[in-house]
Design a protein around this ligand. Structure first.
Ligand code: ZN
Length: 494
């Protein structure tokens, strides 16, 4: 029972609070953006509630968490099919060009819209800015504010490139290139990057009653100085927020870290104070076996991005081994130019699907459901997020149990992962507010978003090339070829 007047009651709904915990025909009482109670029978709060949502025939479950994406890629979809990450990324940076604050706004709105419509309720946008600026942060944050999603932005900033050291170590000269991995950020003092991030945290973190997050961040262990990595972690802890960065997505990155630090990227991050329970590490495809226990011990969250890792031929992260070691694992779509969508439901299916070879530990449907909800929620550092226990944020997806994905379901949890695609999502609630009703966004205009993406895609396609892309891609391909040769592996070019 709850004494406060409820803001919203979901009536007569079947609630899947967690895998194996189905409560049929309950009332879910929501007050102040949080789950106030789950009542097994029609609740007293029902009549006095500000709003009632008829849950008959619907399944309510924790909203999915997209714990890693890059919203700027929404207008670059389908880019570079078949390219591995390094040449793909060089192409993305070269062809993507500059983003105005308004461009960031619409790209972030596009991520929010697609995530919400497929039953997602939270997103972490690892944001590339050109350059890092107050206006850039504000563009994306305004979008997440307006969309009603639980949104976090982490700056993707870089002030170092260990790929150059690796190339030189493999006997490849890079002196004629402006940059080997084109840096996302024009030359800027590291201290200035930290100061701009601190300013953005102060202005945005915790806004909208805690629905908005501003995280610390860096591009990746091989693309950031020790000063930037350690400084961002310190900043996050001092301001009470979390941090996100990439870690060893490819063999090239793992080799660059090993050469630079004389140890694995994860071990180097630990030395710098970056491996703690407030950090999320995107990918971790090429972590060392010893890193698994280290990451679990430090309480860091690994964000699995199965679609992008397969699309860019990066490999598969050791997700089953991480789960067995007790590590926290979340799920990401990654950007829409490598993912190539923002549908967290499909990412959830891939997370279970790609770890099923006969000679390896495997990821179950229940694991995938947990990864996609409570696992990724840790990256935002909100207590209770991803669960539906009393006191937890009221972030839910409500699905039609008679729609295509679930109508023939024999085992509910498995059917959610294997048969549903997000198409059966009827309503979505974030912080107690209905932001998708009957399959339509309540706060933002999908047609206007799609118009903006089409305009940005056409504008970027028409922009002149830098002239260095071909030489850069050739050099990066040579890095991959020589690394494979050094390791005695076969090489398959782009
Ligand atoms: Zn990423």
């Amino acid at each position: 029972m709850t004494t406060d007047r409820a803001d919203l009651v979901l009536t007569d709904v079947d609630l899947l609070a967690a895998p194996g915990d189905l409560r049929e025909g309950v009332d879910v009482v929501i007050t102040g953006g949080r789950i106030a109670a789950v009542e097994p029978a029609p609740s007293a709060a029902r009549e006095a509630a500000t709003e009632r949502l008829d849950g008959r025939g619907l399944l309510a479950m924790p909203g999915l968490v997209d714990a890693h994406t890059h919203s700027a890629e929404n207008c670059m979809r389908g880019l570079g099919d078949g390219l591995p990450l390094e040449p793909w990324l060089a192409t993305l940076m070269d062809r993507g060009g500059l983003y105005s604050p308004e461009d960031h706004y619409w790209c972030a709105l596009a991520s929010a819209a697609e995530i919400l419509l497929a039953g997602g309720t939270s997103v972490i946008d690892h944001l590339v800015m050109t350059p890092i600026s107050a206006d850039g942060f504000d563009g994306a944050m305004r979008a997440y504010r307006d969309a009603g999603i639980r949104g976090g932005v982490a700056p993707l900033v870089s002030d170092h490139d260990a790929t150059v050291g690796l190339a030189n170590d493999l006997g490849i000269d890079t002196a004629d290139l402006r940059a080997l991995m084109p840096q996302q950020v024009p030359t800027m003092d590291t201290a200035e990057m930290l100061a701009r991030t601190a300013d953005a945290i102060d202005r945005w973190h915790g806004a909208e009653d805690g629905r908005l997050h501003l995280l610390a961040g860096a591009s990746g262990a091989q693309w950031a100085s020790e000063e930037l990595l350690g400084g961002m972690a310190e900043l996050a802890r001092a301001r009470g927020t979390t941090m996100q960065l990439h870690l060893v997505e490819t063999r090239v990155q793992a080799a660059a870290c090993r050469l630079r630090f004389g140890k694995s990227g994860a071990a180097a991050l630990d030395d710098l104070g970056v491996l703690w329970d407030g950090v999320s590490l995107a990918h971790c495809v090429w972590i060392d076996p010893d890193d698994i226990g280290l990451i679990a011990d430090r309480g860091a969250t690994v964000v699995h991005n199965p679609a992008a890792n397969q699309r860019l031929r990066s490999g598969r992260a050791p997700i089953a081994a991480l789960l067995a070691a007790g590590a926290h694992v979340g799920l990401g779509t990654d950007g829409a130019a490598s993912g190539d969508d923002q549908n967290t439901w499909i990412a959830m299916r891939l997370a279970a699907l790609i770890h099923r070879d006969p000679d390896e530990p495997w990821v179950s449907a229940d694991d995938a459901l947990r990864i996609a909800t409570v696992g990724g929620a840790r990256a935002l550092g909100v207590p209770g997020l991803g669960t539906l226990e009393p006191g937890a944020p009221a972030d839910l997806a409500l699905l039609d149990r008679r729609a295509v994905g679930l109508a023939g379901a024999r085992e509910l949890e498995a059917a959610l992962v294997w048969s549903e695609s997000g198409a059966g999502v009827r309503h979505v609630v974030v912080a107690g507010e209905v932001v998708v009703r009957d399959g339509r966004l309540t706060r933002i205009d999908l047609d206007a978003i799609n118009e903006a993406m089409a305009e940005q895609a056409a504008r970027r396609l028409a922009a002149p090339a830098s002239g260095q892309l071909e030489a850069t891609v050739a050099r990066l391909t040579e890095v991959r070829r020589r690394l494979a040769e050094r390791d005695g592996r076969p090489f398959f070019g782009p």
